[in-house]
Design a binder for this molecule. Sequence first.
Ligand code: FES
Length: 107
Amino acid sequence: MISLTFLTADGTRIDTEARPGVSLMEAARNASVPGILAECGGACSCSTCHVYVEPGFAGLLPPASEGELDLLDFVCEPDPERSRLSCQITLTEALSGLTVTVPERQG
Ligand code: FES
């Protein structure tokens, strides 16, 4: 299992685990993390699964696709260094310990 930590906008820390192969968005929804709306269900067309990846983990993630980068242009308060769409991150054992922050608003 892969250990994950979600930090919500109100400062709550949610520690959870997920199986390899699921997306970070699915792991968040399985753990009932508030603020991950994921309106398109992971089809990379809504950007409501935006998260900020904590420093130190960004280099472990696969690069964002062109489609993901296009959507990240439209999120609230994007951070070029840390913003990712959680539905586009497939979890692997190498990502165990991954910590992400959920933005205050999606859309
Ligand atoms: S769930 Fe819609 S872009 Fe990620």
